[in-house]
Design a protein around this ligand. Sequence first.
Ligand code: NAD
Length: 260
Amino acid sequence: SLKGKTALVTGSTSGIGLGIARSLAAEGANIVFNGFGDRQEIQALQTAVENEFDVKTAYHNADMSKAAEIEAMMNFASTTFGGVDILVNNAGIQHVANIEDFPVEKWDAIIAINLTSSFHTTRLALPSMKQKNWGRIINLASVHGLVASAQKSAYVAAKHGLVGFTKTTALETADTGITCNAICPGWVLTPLVQKQVDDRAAKEGVDNDTAKKRLLAEKQPSGEFVTPEQLGALAVFFCSEAGNQIRGVAWNMDGGWVAQ
Ligand code: NAD
């Protein structure tokens, strides 16, 4: 059980982050939500999690591309819950374009949100984890932290970087009760991927279902999406005692994508 622990999940107002937050709450962890969205809808998410799992929740709207806002969020987690025991670095964005057409500000934003934000949250979470000699850091990388796809240069660079950062974090905490690992999902049907399905449907003149099938067929041998609930269960496993010696791995859950 994770009762009495506090989990901060960046980008948890949607998709995978929300799924992982719900799975950790189901084990009894209090949750600090973060991410963009309508404040009332986020409040409704919080209330649902509080009532369903009998835990406390809080929310901070820090923009993961801004170091000062990340620092404010980590201070907020400390004053609200006495620190972060489980840090899930999940916030991320995507942009698809050839390198020579890739907007410079998109490159900078992807590196900041998908990579550098994890450095900031981690450096600010470690002191209190070290004090308690317990902690879990889970970085949402991607199969694109292990292999590349065309037109995703910034994303692939950031996710490979995040896998590297995960390994260094694991080494620096190897003789403590803190573990750090990366999760590398294949296709998960979230708003981030639905946008790529929509683009494909428009470009190829097919309906939503056909576009989804084509997207999966190209990369994911199972032909099925990974779900946020399945990823949540893996995060819970990393947090369990059975996970004490899982350190510095990049664990793919990808319907066979990277086995090819
Ligand atoms: P999503 O778009 O559904 O959710 C992204 C979340 O991040 C949202 O809560 C959003 O508000 C938040 N966010 C975006 N920019 C932010 C910022 N600057 N500051 C704070 N929060 C911000 O996307 P998702 O598919 O759930 O992706 C979550 C993570 O999983 C990302 O790191 C993504 O790269 C990774 N991932 C997704 C897939 C997939 O197939 N969906 C596959 C592999 C990895």
